[in-house]
Design a binder for this molecule. Structure first.
Ligand code: NDP
Length: 397
C-alpha cells in the first residue's frame, strides 16, 4: 500500500503510469507530474482507474519539495530526462522519499554521462535512511539484472560480457528516434568505449561493427559498439570476479546512419548555443522540435526489439557461453499501453523496480545499482508483467 509520484509524462512515463495502475495492491495512489500537465491529463484519461496529475519543473528543487509535501509519496519514479536526476535526488533528500530512475545524470551542456555524480549521494541517502535505485529501465536495468542472474545461477566467473540491443522495428518515417531525440542522438554520436584487460578503451563513434544473428525471427543485423552507462557499474561489480572484457552493441539501419551523418556534417547535432537572428539556439534542441515526437510513433511501429546479454565464463572449471534475452513486439506493446516497445521495455522494469522497493523485497539505505540486489524476484516479475525472457547455452568448449 503506497503512494507513488511519477515525474515525466513522455513515452516512458506513459508506460509507467499504465503499469503502476495495473497493480493497485502495491501502487494504491498515483500522481503523474511533468512540465506540461496537459500531457499528464491525456495519459490519466487512458488509465483504468483515476490518478492525480500535477505540473512541476523538475529542475526547480523548491517546487519539487512543495509537490512532494502536498502529495506525500513514499517513492518517486523519475522518468523525466537525465538532466533532472540530481535535482530530483536533492528533493528526495530534503523530504525523506525513496528515488528510482532509468538513466544516469548528464549535464545539459556536455554530452557526457557517468555515475559519479549520483554515487556521490550515497552517504547522504544512507544517513537519511532512504534508498535510490539507479537505472531501472531495460538497458541499463534488465541487462544488469540478466548479468547478476547469470552470475548467480550459471557461472563461477564471468570473463566476457556483450550486451546487445536490437530494434528491428520499422515506423515508416524517413528519420525518427524511438526515445527522446536529444538524448538518443547525444548517445549515438559520442565516442565509443569498452572495457578490456583492466582498462577502458575509446573508439571513434560507431567505428567498430559486426553482424549478429538475432533470435525470434529477427535474423542477422549489423551491430555497432557504443559506450553505455551500465558498463560502468557492471565492470565495477564484475571486475573482482574475473571480468576480462565488457562491451555494448546496438543495431542501426543504414538509413538512420545516413541521415545522422548528414545532420552531423551540417552541424545540426551540436549541443553548444549558436546565434540565430539575434537569439541563441542549440541546434540539437531545434532538431528535436522538428523530428517526430517518439510517442507519435506508437501506432506506426511494427516489428520487434531484442535486448540481451551474451556471456562467456566458467562453471566448475568448464568454459561456457550463455545468452539471455527478451523479445518485445511493438504492436503488442501498443495494444496494451498505447506506446511502442522502446518505451514499454523501459517502463515495465521501472514499475518492477518500484514494486520491489515498496514491498521491501529490495531494500537498503543509500544509492544502489540493479546488480547489487538479488536478481531472482526481478526475473520472476519480468515474466509476469509483460517482458518474458529466454535463456540458452551456446556451444560449450
Ligand atoms: P520523453 O522526451 O518522451 O519524455 C520526457 C518527459 O520529461 C516529458 O514529458 C518532458 O516534459 C518531461 N520533462 C523534461 N524536462 C522536465 C522538467 N524540467 N520538469 C518536468 N518534466 C520534464 O523521454 P522518454 O519518455 O523517451 O524517456 C524518459 C527517460 O527514460 C529518459 O531519461 C531516457 O533517457 C530514459 N530511457 C531509459 C531507457 C533504458 O532502457 N534505461 C531507454 C529509453 C529511455 P515535456 O513534455 O513538457 O517536454
Amino acid at each position: 500500500m503506497a503512494k507513488v509520484l511519477i515525474i515525466g509524462a513522455g513515452g516512458v512515463g506513459q508506460v509507467v503510469a499504465h503499469k503502476c495502475a495495473q497493480v493497485p495492491e502495491v501502487f494504491t495512489e498515483i500522481c503523474l507530474a511533468s512540465r506540461t500537465e496537459e500531457k499528464c491529463r491525456k495519459i490519466a484519461a487512458q488509465l483504468p482507474r483515476p490518478i492525480q496529475t500535477a505540473q512541476v519543473d523538475a529542475d526547480n528543487v523548491p517546487e519539487l519539495v512543495a509537490l512532494i509535501k502536498r502529495f506525500q509519496p513514499e517513492l518517486i519514479i523519475n522518468v523525466a530526462l537525465p538532466y533532472q536526476d540530481l535535482h530530483i535526488m536533492q528533493a528526495c533528500l530534503e523530504t525523506g522519499v525513496h528515488y528510482l530512475d532509468t538513466a544516469n545524470y548528464e549535464p545539459l551542456d556536455e554530452a557526457h554521462f557517468e555515475y559519479k555524480w549520483q554515487w556521490d549521494y550515497h552517504e547522504r541517502f544512507k544517513e537519511k535512511g532512504i534508498m535510490a535505485l539507479l537505472g531501472s529501465g531495460f538497458d541499463p536495468g534488465v541487462t544488469n539484472v540478466f548479468t547478476a542472474w547469470a552470475k548467480k545461477k550459471h557461472f563461477d566467473t564471468i570473463e566476457e560480457l556483450d550486451i546487445i540491443d536490437a530494434n528491428a522495428g520499422d515506423h515508416g518515417q524517413p528519420f525518427a528516434t524511438n526515445f527522446n531525440p536529444e538524448i538518443n542522438i547525444r548517445e549515438v554520436t559520442a565516442k565509443g568505449k569498452y572495457y578490456e584487460d583492466g582498462e577502458f578503451h575509446e573508439t571513434e563513434a560507431l567505428q567498430i561493427s559486426k553482424t549478429f544473428d538475432f533470435p525470434g525471427g529477427i535474423g542477422p543485423k549489423k551491430i555497432y559498439l557504443l559506450w553505455h552507462e551500465e558498463l560502468e557499474s557492471l565492470v565495477k561489480f564484475l571486475r573482482p570476479h574475473g571480468l576480462r572484457r565488457a562491451r555494448f552493441w546496438m543495431t542501426f539501419s543504414d538509413n538512420y546512419l545516413k541521415h545522422l551523418e548528414v545532420l552531423q556534417n551540417v552541424g545540426m547535432t551540436r549541443i553548444d548555443p549558436v546565434l540565430y537572428n539575434g537569439q541563441e539556439i542549440v541546434p540539437l534542441q531545434f532538431l528535436k522540435a522538428l523530428l517526430p515526437d517518439p510517442s507519435s510513433l506508437g501506432p506506426l511501429t511494427k516489428g520487434k526489439t531484442c535486448i540481451g546479454c551474451l556471456i562467456k565464463g566458467k562453471k566448475d572449471g568448464k568454459t561456457r557461453r550463455y545468452y539471455v534475452y527478451n523479445i518485445c513486439d511493438h504492436e503488442e506493446a501498443y495494444k496494451e499501453v498505447q506506446s511502442q516497445a522502446i518505451s514499454y521495455t523501459t517502463g515495465v522494469p521501472a514499475m518492477i523496480g518500484a514494486m520491489l522497493m515498496l514491498t521491501g523485497v529490495w531494500k537498503g539505505a543509500g544509492v544502489f545499482n540493479m546488480e547489487q540486489f538479488d536478481p531472482e524476484p526481478f526475473m520472476q516479475k519480468l515474466n509476469l508483467h509483460g517482458l518474458p525472457w529466454h535463456e540458452k547455452f551456446l556451444d560449450e568448449e
